[in-house]
Write a protein that binds this ligand. Structure first.
Ligand code: NAD
Ligand code: MG
Length: 404
């Protein structure tokens, strides 16, 4: 049967890749809703191609501009805006599949609404799961939703896990691969001075700016360890991180009998997206077949926690439990924004997150409100820390003693 999609975050990098796959299979997929934040022009172009019933944007002004352009082009798509509209298209009876591809905490509410409406959820928005953990997984179970991982590592693990075995079917651990990002071999002393553009230049993947910075700090891998914990129900000490600079092996599952299963492919998000869209079928994704003879060599190394303190901080947050992961995520979002706006240096991202975690009074969240309160507290603490840090940085720059 044809699947009908709501694509949350259609104008982003995952949104683009998803629509590329969808466009190859009009017999299998139709689009109910597309959503964007402010990029109205791009959303208009997507509506003209995919004719969704509804298009959602962030504010009234963007909505008016999108509606006018669609009307002029004779397109019947209805335009709505705001958080309630996002929630509505995520739980609408007119769609069965929700692709969660909004970046950051902004994706939590609509993704959770999709879970509560029992949808098939293709999860790219890892921050939503990192924040809400058990609450999200309980909603999936209680409302009969289906969760399919789109993040390439988790999609790889999903493909390598036994389908119908008893719990964990002899799995001893899972191994998440990480490219190490653009700064894997850079002299650590020079990291303080790197620019946002350098941090966003990923060696293997083209992605949105927030996840690109997360890859450069390796906070992305830290968030993925937490994501894997919730998706696959394994304790943190059974989730390992392995640096693999070529990004060809997307992750591995290690079994009690010594077997290790891996999923390989070219580094292109259309592969995990196509896998999740068509699951359990397999469809063409537009990605070229892997040519191992040409790649010739695959490398592996252990992660360096001193170079990448964010990775260690994420592991600590997972071990601490409670609202620590929500605080970690919120502090990181604030710090990454500040770094992208050049208000703080690259190494200040980890300092900010570390500061917020140190000051956290941790507790077990009773519901979503507790998670959102912890998120708001952490944002406030991070902003205050950054205001102080930015002051120090500016003063140091003026006096010529820059320690960043
Ligand atoms: P992006 O920045 O390219 O796109 C983000 C999308 O979210 C855009 O459509 C934007 O309009 C929308 N958005 C942003 N802020 C919003 C807000 N406040 N309210 C509503 N919508 C908002 O990001 P991306 O790289 O596509 O990543 C999306 C998610 O997928 C992230 O959680 C990321 O971690 C995850 N992910 C991305 C990749 C990748 O290769 N890009 C891989 C794995 C996981
Ligand atoms: Mg990933």
């Amino acid at each position: 049967m044809k699947k009908c999609l709501t694509l949350l975050g259609s104008t982003g990098s995952i949104g683009d890749s998803t629509l590329d796959v969808v466009g190859r299979h009009p017999d299998r997929f139709s689009v109910y809703a597309l959503t964007a934040h402010r990029n109205g022009d791009k959303l208009v172009a997507q509506c003209l191609r995919f004719s969704p019933e509804v298009a959602v944007v962030g504010d009234a002004q963007t909505a008016a501009s999108v509606a006018a352009q669609l009307k002029a082009a004779g397109c019947r798509t209805q335009v709505a805006y705001g958080r309630d509209a996002l929630v509505q298209v995520a739980r609408s009876e007119q769609c069965d599949t929700v692709v969660a591809a909004i970046v950051g905490a902004a994706g939590l509410e609509p993704t959770l609404a999709a879970a509560r409406a029992g949808k098939r959820i293709l999860l790219a928005n890892k921050e939503a799961l990192v924040m809400s953990g058990a609450i999200f997984m309980d909603a999936v179970r209680d409302h009969g939703a289906t969760l399919l991982p789109v993040d390439s590592e988790h999609n790889a693990i999903f493909q390598c896990l036994p389908r119908d075995a008893a719990e964990h079917g002899g799995v001893s651990k899972i191994i998440l691969t990480a490219s190490g990002g653009p700064f894997r071999t850079r002299e650590p002393a020079t990291l303080a001075g790197v620019t946002p553009d350098e941090a966003c230049k990923h060696p293997n993947w083209v992605m949105g700016r927030k996840i690109s910075v997360d890859s450069a700090t390796m906070m992305n891998k830290g968030l993925e360890v937490i994501e894997a914990h919730w998706l696959f129900g394994l304790a943190g000490d059974r989730i390992e991180v392995l640096i693999h600079p070529q990004s060809v092996i997307h992750s591995l599952v290690s079994y009690a009998d010594g077997s290790v299963l891996a999923q390989l492919g070219n580094p292109d998000m259309r592969t995990p997206i196509a896998h999740a869209l068509a699951f359990p079928d397999r469809v063409d994704s537009g990605v070229a077949q892997l040519d191992l003879a040409q790649i010739a060599m695959l490398q592996f190394e252990k992660p360096d926690y001193e170079r990448f303190p964010c990775l260690a901080l994420a592991m600590q947050a997972l071990a601490a439990g409670g609202v620590a992961s929500a605080a970690l995520n919120a502090a990181n979002e604030i710090a990454v924004d500040a770094f992208l706006e050049r208000r703080i240096g690259f190494m200040d991202i980890a300092r900010t997150v570390g500061f917020v975690l140190e000051g956290l009074s941790n507790r077990t969240p009773n519901g979503l409100d507790d998670v959102l309160a912890a998120d708001a507290d952490a944002r406030r603490a991070a902003s205050e820390f950054i205001a102080g840090r930015a002051f120090v940085t500016q003063t140091a720059q003026r006096t010529g003693s820059v320690d960043r």
